[in-house]
Every structure is written in structure tokens, then in C-alpha cells.
Design a protein around this ligand. Structure first.
Ligand SMILES: *Cc1c(COP(=O)(O)O)cnc(C)c1O
Length: 452
């Protein structure tokens, strides 16, 4: 008789279409099907355990099967699984909104729920656009957005329109609305060929130039504060974010902070905006919000923006946007339990020593000849591999360097998922130093095994 495991593999092959996955490659590599998790580890259907080096794609925070979160969801399911927020409300959605307001950057006063990061960004874009149409500062010419190259904001058409990764977004160009793009502060591959800090963050001039020229038609600047995640874990030089905020004020442009990846402690602070004491006008959050348990997102905004949407129904100022699962009580409960854990277990206070430890562990990666750059902000890490260190030449795509390293690491009991040739480490905040040591060791060994 065919084993259950073999049966699952076959069905997976035959029926499932995996996201961001070349299915032809997928059919050629040994399958990995996860059945269980505990702490920083996940177990496959053959009973093998793996260290989860990317927090189940950047969402898990306190480890898998965290008792407090499990129980919160069970308690809530004994009451109700879902009830709409369209015109009525529910208890966990209210309580979570209250808690989010306590931790959000100053000035943010309203919570609009949705269920994934892309959508939280769509909501922010639509709010910014509609704000200029109907606020007392009416300026309906302000319809466009400024975004950074290498930026990633999700996969829906609006969020792709402000995306800046050609590999992901190029194909869809004819579908997208036009956006002004500014070179990102990618120091390792500086578009101005300068070096930090002697450059004094000259790339900000590029941003100001675009604002100066186009501000009359720009509704908002959108960026990922401090770290461009999917673009390759590109860490901003100090001062960039703060100055970008200043320029937004100067040119009457709203700032949308996409904290979907950086939020909830990943960079060492609750939100990345805190590193430079920046308050955005709109902020998208998701991924870590529900500790990696259930789909949930929110767009936070200011009292001022909210006010522009108030009026008599016939004035048509309503924000006509909402999703079936907006403010789902189970997801909100998971998020509430997670925020409680941040307090109870003093998660943020425990981070600096883990971050320092990780930093030390990463240093020796430069021993590997193909390591071009190591970037780290908090527990977000990108190790950029290059075919030639001096010339910084990337590997040809067909070399499938990333995939090969993933498979080597898997053999050694670690799950990672790179971005192109950038090896990514983004473990749960609950990871221990011993686990961090093992994670970096395995990635080091796997890289060496493939490339030297
Ligand atoms: C993952 C991500 C998104 C999209 O979130 P989804 O939940 O995958 O739609 C948006 N912005 C950033 C910065 C992200 O990392």
C-alpha cells in the first residue's frame, strides 16, 4: 500500500501551484511537506525536524505552537469565529485596535483592518489618493506616488505599481499605474558610486529632485522603513528615513511606511520607524502582527486623514473598501495574545544581546570568497553572494545558486529561503543563541559546500 506521505507528495505535485515558485524546478527537487511545529522548529511528514530560519516566511514571532497564542485562539473559537466589521463591530477587533494605538508611532490614531500585507498597502494608497481629492487642503492633482527601486509592497496590482523589483514586477508593467521611482539607498551597489559615510547620504538629493519636480502631482511617498526586505535586505544608511520624512513635509507629500516586514520587533524595535523617531501619515502592518498564526493586516493613519473621509453619505467621501474577513476575531485574538507576550516576556528587551550575538556570528562569512556584502538590522539579515567579489558581479540566474544552498541547508536540517543571490536569515524573535549559532553554522557550511 502506498504510504500516506507518498500520497501527499503526489497530490502536492499534481494539484498544488506554489507561490513564487518555478513549478518545473519544484517538480525536480525532493519535496518538503510540513506537518507540525514547535518553538523554532518544524517537522516534516517523515518526522524530520528543521530549524525555521525564515520564520515561515517572516511571519512567526514567538515560535510555533506558543501556548498563550494557541489558547487565546481556542478561547475565542468557543465564542465566535467570524463576524463582519462592515457597519458593526466585534470584541477582539476593538481590543486589538486599542493595543495597536499604544505601540504605534506618535500621530497614528485610526486602525483600518484587512487580511494581508499587499492589501494593507492598497488601502494606504487609496486612502492617500482619496485624501487629496476631498480634504480641506483639496488638491486633486495629487494622484501619483513616489516609490524606491528595490522596494516591495506586495503582489496586487496597486502594490505592484509601487514595487521596484523588475524580476517580480516587469511582466505586469502594462497593467500598472505610473509611479515616480527613485534609486534606493543601496549602499553596496550605490547608484551614485559613492561610499557611506563620506557620501553624507547624497542619494537623498535624488529623492528631493523628484519631489521638487513633481510634488504638485504626488499624493504620497511609499517606502519600507530602514530595511527593504524582499529587495534583498537592503539596510538604509543612517538618516535616510528621517530626512525622507522631512522632505515629505517640505513638499506636502504624505508618507506611507510599509512596516509589513519590519514591524513587530524584527529590526530590534517594535516598528522600524522608531529607529529615527519618524511618524508616517499611513502605516501598513501585517506578517508578524498575528505572530504567524492567522492572516491579518492593518493600515494605521492619522486623525487628520480620517477626518477628510467624514461627511454626509451623499457627499461620497466614504472609504468604499473592505474585505470579507476584515477584523477577523480569531486573527485579532492571536494578535492580542502576541502583544501581551511582548510585554510579559519582555521580548524587545531580550533582542539586543541576540542581535549582537548574531552580528558576531555573521562576521566570518567574509571568509567565503563569494560573500560580497553582509547586511543586518536587528534579526533581519541578508548575505549577498557574488560571482566576483571585486567587480560585484552577480551569479547567472541559471546557476540557481540560491536553490542549491537551500537544498544543502535542508539536508543539514535548516529551512531558509533566499532572495535571488541574497541569503536571508529572519528567525523568530524567540530564537535562542544556541539556535542562532546552529542557523549561521549551517548556512555557512551550505554556502561553502555549494560554492567552494
Ligand atoms: C510581504 C510584504 C508585503 C506583502 O504582504 P502579503 O501578506 O504577502 O501580501 C508587503 N510589503 C512588505 C514590505 C512585505 O515584506
Amino acid at each position: 500500500m502506498e504510504s500516506k506521505a507518498r500520497r501527499l507528495e503526489k497530490i502536492d505535485q499534481n494539484v498544488l501551484w506554489h507561490p513564487f515558485t518555478q513549478m518545473r524546478d519544484y517538480g525536480r527537487i525532493p519535496p518538503l511537506i510540513i506537518e507540525e511545529g514547535k518553538g523554532s522548529y518544524v517537522k516534516d511528514i517523515y518526522g524530520r525536524w528543521y530549524l525555521d530560519g525564515v520564520s515561515s516566511l517572516w511571519v512567526n514571532v514567538h515560535g510555533h505552537r506558543k501556548k498563550e497564542v494557541d489558547q487565546a485562539i481556542v478561547r475565542q473559537i468557543g465564542k465566535i469565529a467570524h463576524s463582519t466589521l462592515l457597519g458593526i463591530s466585534n470584541v477582539p477587533a476593538i481590543e486589538l485596535a486599542e493595543q495597536l494605538m499604544k505601540i504605534a508611532p506618535r500621530g497614528l490614531a485610526k486602525v483600518f483592518y484587512s487580511d494581508n500585507g499587499s492589501t494593507a498597502v492598497e488601502v494606504a494608497l487609496k486612502m492617500a489618493f482619496q485624501f487629496w481629492k476631498q480634504s480641506s487642503k483639496k488638491d486633486p492633482k495629487k494622484k501619483k506616488f513616489i516609490a524606491l527601486t528595490n522596494g516591495y509592497h506586495g503582489d496586487t496590482i496597486g502594490s505592484v505599481s509601487v514595487g521596484g523589483i523588475d524580476l517580480f514586477h516587469g511582466t505586469y508593467k502594462p497593467l500598472l499605474f505610473p509611479t515616480f521611482r527613485v534609486a534606493s539607498p543601496y549602499c553596496y551597489r550605490c547608484s551614485l558610486r559613492r561610499a557611506y559615510p563620506s557620501c553624507r547620504v547624497e542619494c537623498l538629493n535624488l529623492l528631493e529632485k523628484t519631489m521638487k519636480k513633481h510634488h504638485a502631482e504626488v499624493a504620497a511617498l511609499i517606502l519600507e522603513p530602514m530595511v527593504q526586505g524582499a529587495g534583498g535586505m537592503i539596510v538604509f544608511p543612517k538618516g535616510y528615513l528621517k530626512e525622507a520624512r522631512f522632505l515629505c513635509n517640505k513638499y506636502h507629500i504624505l508618507m506611507i511606511a510599509d512596516e509589513v516586514a519590519t514591524g513587530f520587533g524584527r529590526t530590534g524595535k517594535m516598528f522600524a520607524c522608531e529607529h529615527e523617531k519618524v511618524s508616517p501619515d499611513l502605516m501598513a502592518i501585517s506578517k508578524g502582527i498575528s505572530a504567524g498564526y492567522l492572516p491579518l493586516a492593518a493600515t494605521l493613519t492619522t486623525e487628520g486623514i480620517y477626518q477628510a473621509f467624514l461627511g454626509e453619505a451623499q457627499e461620497l467621501k466614504t472609504f468604499y473598501h473592505g474585505h470579507s474577513y476584515t477584523g477577523n476575531p480569531l486573527a485579532c485574538c492571536a494578535a492580542l495574545a502576541s502583544l501581551e507576550l511582548f510585554k510579559q516576556e519582555r521580548i524587545l528587551e531580550a533582542l539586543p544581546s541576540k542581535i549582537q550575538f548574531l552580528k558576531r556570528e555573521l562576521r566570518r562569512f567574509y571568509q567565503i570568497l563569494v560573500v560580497g556584502d553582509i547586511r543586518q538590522k536587528g534579526l533581519m539579515v541578508g548575505i549577498e553572494l557574488v560571482a566576483d567579489r571585486k567587480k560585484k558581479t552577480p551569479f547567472p540566474m541559471e546557476a540557481k545558486v540560491g536553490l542549491k544552498i537551500v537544498l544543502e541547508a535542508r539536508k543539514r536540517g535548516v529551512i531558509i529561503r533566499p532572495l535571488g543571490d541574497v541569503m536571508v536569515l529572519m528567525p523568530p524573535l524567540s530564537i535562542t543563541k544556541e539556535e542562532l549559532k546552529r542557523l549561521t553554522q549551517v548556512v555557512f557550511d551550505s554556502t561553502e559546500a555549494v560554492l567552494s
